[in-house]
Write a protein that binds this ligand. Structure first.
Ligand code: SF4
Ligand code: SF4
Ligand code: SF4
Ligand code: FES
Length: 658
């Protein structure tokens, strides 16, 4: 620990803490602009300068490491003067005509800093140069006239999203923020994650969907969990008048504020028509009815009769709702087809493997932070689990190597150090070839044998070049912290033999040593892992079933699933939006969307997280869990509400942390 004095107060902080953070930890406010708690300190704006006893000039506290015996002053007259000068210069450098700016009046850190320093006007004549405004992007606008060159956006793009799209061009006061080699943002390599917009302290990066819809202080901010995929990124839902205005990353939660385009914007793109009234098919027509009638009709159709119903639930529902669904339809009503919308495609294979071996084999997402070599197979993370791709991309400039194995085009192909394009459907042979190459090259970290012909035989099947497979063997086995990330390509289309072969390679390369567990599967939607744990991971086989009950909530269903329902005698749909599915239903039960109900989510790495409700549901709409409870009551079924025990009843592929 380190002892120092700030403004006469003696404080103790951990070694490596900056003076700025030392002050923050002790409730001493030092003004800042370019600093952001989630980004590497840059030291550009100089607003945070402090006086350090024994030093001739004031120093930027955001980049200054605290050291033993330091004596710091933060509020001297000369420092206050220097801050005012810095702010005056910033205001004069570009067009900061606050009344015309959407962040003015509370959301602008520059304006707020000026108020804090009691500035009433700009003492210097503003520069009247017009800087470029880039409106080419569909999600946000970059107005260089409002830019203070703090470079937070550039750091966020690199450090959070690993995208390295933003940079600067020109010099001195002519410096501007640009995308790639100064191409319009809308034509650049930007992946629309919006991290730059969230960190921008001024009105230079303007979010198109929330601009002019209110100041932060007029909004209610609710902590929640993104349901876009199984990574479970922490989000803050900003609402006003019971409407979502924007979604931002939660710096204090899973994935530390980093979101992808889906997580930040997809909810705002919602155009589907909301269901608010129960509907029942009468003389071939879907007709609005009362909840009382809908529930009576439902109870008549669900009367207990073994395997009468095939039931399917969305993995976007809360864990509580999914567990209740399983308890009602499987344990209570005695049906064996009780599954999730993913039908186990992204999870069943590895869940079965873990259960058979009685142990968790996968690790946590954080292993990606420290990995120096990642083998990605059967997954296009840039399409399905984008924040996981950011984890990899962030580290590539530091030397992390990426191997992409995918017979088709993969969004991460261009970044890979090596692309392997095996023949489709030959994953077992790919792993067999890798295994044989590792052994042949003497790289195996555990004892292993392989036949002389194993490599050649495997290569013949997967149609890969021997030198490529040997290169991959070296890259993986010689890495300090290798990680294998696999996706639906393996879990949905592989089999036990593929799984065995992959785990063998993970062991041989040290990727799955018990300490680190560098084997990860990204799975599917939000509660994919919960579906596996609840054994809701079987195909949705409606053959010979009298009723199909689909609790899809706000999810979408595939054409294939829709087609499979054609011959079902009676179709019940618990949904939030009108769709082809509800058009076809015999009974429609309107329910909440994700943001209207509180509950838990279990992410791909076994982390249980609580999401608060951010919106009040429209009148006439039931909560998913409430509705399942009502149905259970009507049918005299006692639901098991101990969802935590239900989740851990089966050995999980990854340790579950409650
Ligand atoms: S970015 Fe901030 S300081 Fe600049 S015009 Fe907008 S409100 Fe004013
Ligand atoms: S656009 Fe915003 S975040 Fe980026 S440098 Fe300018 S002011 Fe800073
Ligand atoms: S990576 Fe997944 S959980 Fe994270 S923001 Fe994107 S869709 Fe949401
Ligand atoms: S906050 Fe320290 S130099 Fe900008």
């Amino acid at each position: 620990m380190i002892n120092l004095t700030i403004n006469g107060k003696q404080i103790e902080v951990e070694e490596g803490t900056t003076v700025l953070n030392a002050a923050r930890q002790n409730d001493i406010k030092i003004p800042t602009l370019c600093d952001h708690p989630n980004l590497t300190p840059y030291g550009g704006c100089r607003l945070c300068v402090v006086e350090v006893k024994g030093m001739r000039v004031p120093i930027a506290s955001c980049t200054l490491p605290a050291s033993n015996g330091m004596v710091i002053e933060t509020e001297t007259d000369s420092l206050k003067k220097s801050r005012s000068t810095i702010l005056s210069l910033l205001f004069s450098e570009r067009n900061h005509f606050c009344p015309f700016c959407q962040v003015s009046g509370g959301d602008c850190e520059l304006q707020n800093s000026a108020y804090d320093e009691h500035m009433t006007h700009w003492p210097m004549q503003p520069q009247w140069t017009n800087f470029p405004v880039d409106t080419s992007h569909t999600r946000f606008i970059l107005d260089n006239n409002r830019c203070i060159l703090c470079r937070r956006c550039i750091r966020a793009c690199a450090e959070m999203s690993g995208n390295f799209t933003l940079g600067v061009e020109e010099r001195g006061s002519a410096t501007i923020v640009v995308a790639d080699s100064n191409v319009p943002l809308g034509e650049s390599t930007c992946v629309s994650c919006g991290s730059c917009v969230q960190v921008c302290p001024t009105g230079a990066l303007i979010d198109r969907s929330s601009a002019y819809l209110g100041h932060d202080k007029q909004m209610t901010v609710t902590r929640s969990v993104c349901r876009g995929c199984s990574l479970g990124c922490g989000i803050m839902v900003h609402t006003r008048d019971n409407r979502i205005v924007k979604i931002t990353g939660d710096y204090e939660n899973r994935n530390a504020g980093t979101l992808c385009e889906t997580g930040r914007y997809k909810t705002l793109d919602e155009k589907r028509v909301r269901l608010t009234t129960p509907m029942k098919r009468v003389a071939g027509q879907l007709t609005a009815t009362t909840w009382e009638d809908a529930l009576t009709t439902l109870a008549q159709n669900l009367t207990p009769n073994k395997n009468k119903v095939a039931a399917l639930a969305s993995t976007r529902l809360t864990v509580e709702s999914m567990a209740a669904f399983k308890s009602l339809f499987a344990d209570g009503l005695g049906n064996d087809v009780v599954t999730s919308i993913e039908e186990g495609r992204p999870t069943a294979l590895q869940a079965k493997y873990a259960e058979a071996n009685g142990e968790a084999i996968e690790g946590k997402l954080d292993t990606l932070r420290t990995s120096d070599c990642v083998l990605l197979i059967g997954a296009d993370l840039s399409e399905t689990h984008e924040v996981a791709s950011f984890y990899i991309k962030r580290n590539m400039p530091k030397g992390t190597r990426l191997i992409v194995v995918d017979p088709s085009e993969n969004g991460m192909d261009d970044l890979a150090n090596l692309n392997l394009k095996p023949k489709a459907g030959t994953d077992e042979a790919v792993f067999a070839a890798l295994e044989a190459a590792i052994i042949k090259e003497g790289l195996a970290r555990t004892e292993a044998k392989s036949s002389k012909t194993a490599l050649k035989n495997a290569l013949k099947i997967c149609e890969l070049a021997e030198e490529d497979v040997i290169d991959v063997a070296h890259m993986l086995a010689e890495a300090v912290a290798p990680v294998i990330v696999y996706g639906k390509g393996i879990s949905a289309f592989g089999n036990d033999a593929v799984m065995d072969a992959m785990v063998r390679v993970a062991k041989l390369t040290g990727a799955s040593d018990s300490e680190r567990r560098g084997l990860l599967s990204v799975k599917g939607e939000a509660n994919s892992l919960a579906a596996a744990q609840l054994k809701m991971d079987v195909p949705f086989d409606v053959k010979n079933r009298k009723v199909a009950y689909l609790a899809v909530g706000d999810d979408y269903i595939s054409k294939r699933l829709l087609k499979s329902l054609e011959d079902v005698p009676y179709l019940v749909v618990q949904a939030s939006y009108e769709s082809e599915l509800t058009d076809r239903a015999d009974l429609v039960l309107p329910v909440n969307i994700w943001a209207e109900e509180a509950g838990h989510a279990l992410n791909t790495e076994g982390r249980v997280q609580f999401a608060e409700a951010a919106l009040t549901a429209p009148e006439g709409v039931r909560s998913n869990l409430g509705l399942l409870n009502e149905v259970a009551k009507l049918l005299n079924v006692k639901l098991n509400d101990d969802w935590r025990s239900a989740l851990t009843a089966r050995t999980s592929v990854v340790e579950i942390e409650m």
